[in-house]
Design a protein around this ligand. Structure first.
Ligand SMILES: Nc1ncnc2c1ncn2[C@@H]1O[C@H](COP(=O)(O)OP(=O)(O)OP(=O)(O)O)[C@@H](O)[C@H]1O
Length: 274
């Protein structure tokens, strides 16, 4: 493939200092009928920061991720995001077009079940190229070259470019999902149990790859996991949820090495989570 790779940033450099938060949640609350999904969550996430949300099943992790990523509407509270032009916006006030553009370009979402994050009937190259087309790239040669470059980065052989993800293993699907998400150079990536359900050796390789890409691209990440080893490996900060509330938060190593709350102590000693 002779076409030049797209080395130039797809967007102008973000306006705003690195110490200005990228994402802010204030009093974020969601009820399902009378049942609390998550209640009064406050957080700030800075560029390049990885935040893990942990807790046992039903503690509210997915609800919180859904609220932060605008997939769910809050019952109360709000989410603010610093856009590429430097303006911090209330996400509820975005137009549908602005929200979709954000999801397609500046954000990524890596889901546990690859079939929810990939288009399974579209080729691997198409899965990556589609996101580039969504940000305006039209040149077939460049799209294909960029797709090959990204498949290489996530350790998928270029010869698989025309195969569709149904022919891929679980680990390959997750790696393709990562390529699809990162090709537009997002600043923020949401991850929902990205290594869940994979063999231990496959998990380890995938975690290594995620860690390397997060560092290389300076990504901010919100990752939901029930696996404290994943949180320890990837995250700078951790929030522990119980019954919809954040009960403890802090630097990952500090919280995991010296948990303050008895509930976190039980989590760490694997009494509540495998
Ligand atoms: N669609 C829904 N309708 C009703 N209640 C819901 C719905 N989704 C979640 N809940 C409830 O909200 C609470 C938090 O659930 P949530 O799925 O956010 O937890 P979680 O920590 O992500 O769990 P898991 O690890 O099992 O995915 C639970 O009590 C759950 O029963």
């Amino acid at each position: 493939m002779n076409a030049p790779l797209l080395n130039a940033p797809l967007f102008p450099a973000a306006v705003g200092a690195a110490d200005t938060p990228l994402l802010i949640a204030e009093g974020l609350t969601r009820y399902y009928g009378a049942r609390l999904g998550c209640g009064d969550v406050n957080l700030t996430l800075h560029p390049g920061e990885v935040l893990a949300i942990v807790g046992e099943s039903g503690s509210g992790k997915s609800t919180l991720l859904g609220l932060l990523s605008t997939e769910l509407a809050p019952s109360a509270g709000r989410v603010l995001y610093r856009m590429r032009d430097g303006a911090t916006r209330d996400l509820e006030a975005l137009t549908e077009g602005e929200r979709r553009l954000l999801l397609r370009t500046d954000w990524g979402f890596v889901r546990q079940h690859a079939e929810q994050g990939l288009r399974m009937a579209v080729s691997a190259g198409g899965n990556v190229g589609e996101r580039l087309m969504a940000v305006g790239e039209r040149h077939y040669g460049r799209i294909r070259a960029e797709a090959i470059d990204w498949l290489g980065r996530v350790e998928i052989a270029a010869e698989r470019i025309d195969d569709d993800p149904r022919t891929f293993s679980g680990g390959m699907r997750q790696r393709l999902q990562i390529a699809r998400n990162l090709v537009t150079r997002p600043r923020l990536v949401f991850m929902d149990e990205p290594t869940g359900g994979l063999d231990v050796s496959v998990q380890a390789r995938l975690l290594d790859l995620i860690r390397q890409l997060v560092a290389e691209f300076g990504l901010a990440v919100v990752i939901v996991t029930h696996d404290l080893a994943v949180a320890r490996l990837l995250s700078h900060r951790i929030m522990v949820m119980k019954s919809g509330h954040v009960i403890e938060e802090g630097l990952t190593d500090q919280v995991l090495d010296d948990p303050r709350e008895p509930y976190t102590q039980l989590l760490v000693s694997s009494v509540l989570m495998p």
